[in-house]
Design a protein around this ligand. Structure first.
Ligand SMILES: [Zn+2]
Length: 553
């Protein structure tokens, strides 16, 4: 009696379960609870083929069961299943809330993002969701007692289950092979959100890549670069590149947006390029790509690391280069030039909780200009419109579009509030870039100034249920790939350098442009000649007086 009570008591506290059964329950759990986006997409893509869809569901489920069963071994089952459930829980939050896909590039973004940046994504709703869908099931897995068969029997049983699952997967796959191949080609994102398989595979691929890239040394580029010196008005040529963050072309009134988001730039005689596409949909891709010699089609992360970039070529031509960063770093672009990361200064005028408003960059311009001796390029890397905490990017006086979303949890704001907060960030960027232009104007007696502004990528604000950015380029919406780009040049520089600004305005309005143009246009603008310069990609080349044209070498 006493023994029985004990036994049943123990039984009650910790239910016993076979390890393969536990794998099956965990499989069903992640498939049903954490793959809403995956199934919704698949259902949509297979709408015309119900039989193929049914086989797809069965095949995917069998494959997942097979994978989980691989980890059915003493001391391994529980940690593996808990890991799968937690990864699936966190990933599904980002899938469902932001339409975000966790691929290798997204893992790269996460790995290089700052603490403050990631902090904005940790909301109360996020914690609650992970608690309910990740932590609680993990505790249940911890709690149950796994009954393992004797080792040989277990091996046989696991093998049988894995073989059976593989067989189901193969039969389902081959029966509807043509349909799957067709749908897969038409919808490349079909498999992108299968949790937890894709996030784990992406993290493994990212880790392998970064190990391989760890000791890459950039090979020299454009060491023949030299200034051609056709301009001599006795003043140094100073270009300030404002590298924007998360600004999308759609919300720039210079490009025709209905709300006046560019009131200050509109008064400053800038040339706006309304049709400009980005190299990537995330900072970690776009920034190294646009400073590289490669076009979007040619660029890879590895190639970017292996080759010196625009800043190095300028340095070879004895142009002074400096980079001031208020964003998330320079992604190895500044490995060989002076670089200052401003947020740690925690300047109370601009900074709070590890992040600073972009006026901290403008604040540094005068000090830098005081030291300018010869031709120079300054890069100001903005925090710009980085989300989801748009409302923290601008001060009170730029809270012009109201009501604005005052939360980093989009679900607590209306669409109008989210858009208003985002538009206020654009309004503030308009102010920041205008102030940079004014700083150069004030010194027109001693320097010849120019400003180039572009954003690294755009942003989704809920269109088709997608928020933020980083969607794989091939399926990314235009909101993420169409970016603002603009140019301002001091009158005396335009005159002496033979830049026909009317011609440039016309060309900017009519043509299509991209990040591919930046490398060559900056060299052209600075009159740096090198054999790696390609006049076809220099937006200024067609609008310069013949005597000022820069030849390829
Ligand atoms: Zn970015």
């Amino acid at each position: 009696m006493n023994d029985q009570t004990k036994a049943s008591g123990r039984h009650f506290v910790r239910p016993a379960i076979g390890s393969v059964t536990l794998c099956l329950i965990a499989t069903l759990y992640v498939l049903l609870v954490t793959n809403r986006m995956f199934w919704t997409k698949a259902y949509g893509y297979f709408l015309a083929e119900p039989a193929a869809f049914t086989a797809f569901v069965i095949g995917i489920s069998a494959a997942m069961m097979g994978i989980f069963t691989l980890f059915s071994a003493k001391y391994l089952t529980k940690p593996a299943l808990i890991f799968f459930v937690l990864v699936a829980s966190v990933s599904s939050w980002f899938n469902d809330q932001f339409g975000v896909i966790i691929d290798k590039e997204m893992i790269r973004n996460a790995a290089v993002s700052t603490g403050a940046e990631s902090g904005h994504l940790i909301t109360t709703r996020f914690i609650t969701y992970v608690l309910l869908t990740g932590i609680v099931p993990s505790l249940i897995i911890c709690w149950v007692r796994i009954v393992h068969r004797p080792i040989l029997k277990k091996l046989a049983w696991n093998t049988a289950v894995i073989l059976a699952c593989s067989a189901v997967f193969v039969v389902a796959g081959t029966t509807f092979y043509k349909t799957y191949a067709g749908v897969g080609r038409a919808h490349r994102d079909l498999m992108d959100t299968l949790n937890p398989v894709i996030p784990i595979a992406s993290a493994v691929r990212y880790t392998i890549d970064s190990q391989r890239d760890a000791n890459v040394v950039a090979s020299p580029l454009g060491t023949d670069a030299h200034k051609v010196g056709v301009v001599d008005n006795g003043k140094p040529r100073v270009t300030i590149i404002v590298a924007g963050e998360t600004a999308r072309a759609q919300d720039f009134s210079l490009g025709g947006y209905g709300k006046m988001t560019n009131p200050e730039l509109a008064k400053r005689n800038v040339v706006y390029f309304p049709n400009t596409s980005s190299c990537g949909t995330a900072t970690a891709t776009s920034i190294p790509c646009l400073f590289s010699v490669y076009t979007r089609g040619e660029y890879t992360h590895r190639k970017g690391l292996e080759t010196e970039n625009l800043l190095d070529v300028l340095t070879h031509a004895k142009v002074d280069v400096t980079w001031l960063d208020n964003d998330t770093g320079s992604y190895d672009v500044t490995d060989r030039v002076p670089y200052t990361y401003l947020p740690p200064s925690a300047d109370p005028r601009f900074c709070k909780d590890g992040e600073c408003r972009d006026e901290i960059l403008v604040d540094k311009v005068d000090g830098w200009l005081d030291k300018v001796k010869g031709d120079s390029v300054l890069v100001l890397h903005q925090l710009g419109s980085h989300g989801p905490a748009y409302y923290q990017r601008y001060p009170e006086e730029f809270r012009r579009f109201r009501p604005d979303c005052r939360s980093n949890d989009f679900s607590s704001c209306s669409q109008e509030e989210i858009t208003n907060a985002y538009d206020n960030t654009i309004l503030y960027t308009d102010h920041v870039v205008s102030m940079v232009i004014d700083k150069l104007k004030q010194r027109s007696g001693s320097i010849s100034g120019a400003v180039l502004y572009f954003s690294d990528h755009g942003e989704s604000l809920g269109e088709n249920g997608i928020y933020l950015h980083g969607t794989p380029y091939i399926i990314a919406p235009a909101q993420q790939t169409q970016v603002p780009m603009l140019f301002w040049m001091a009158d005396d520089l335009a005159k002496v350098g033979g830049f026909d600004m009317a011609c440039l305005s016309k060309q900017a309005a009519q043509g299509t442009h991209s990040h591919d143009n930046i490398f060559h246009s900056v060299l052209g603008m600075m009159d740096v000649s090198t054999k790696v310069y390609d006049p076809k990609l220099d937006v200024f080349a067609a609008c310069r007086a013949p005597s000022n044209k820069l030849a390829q070498n």
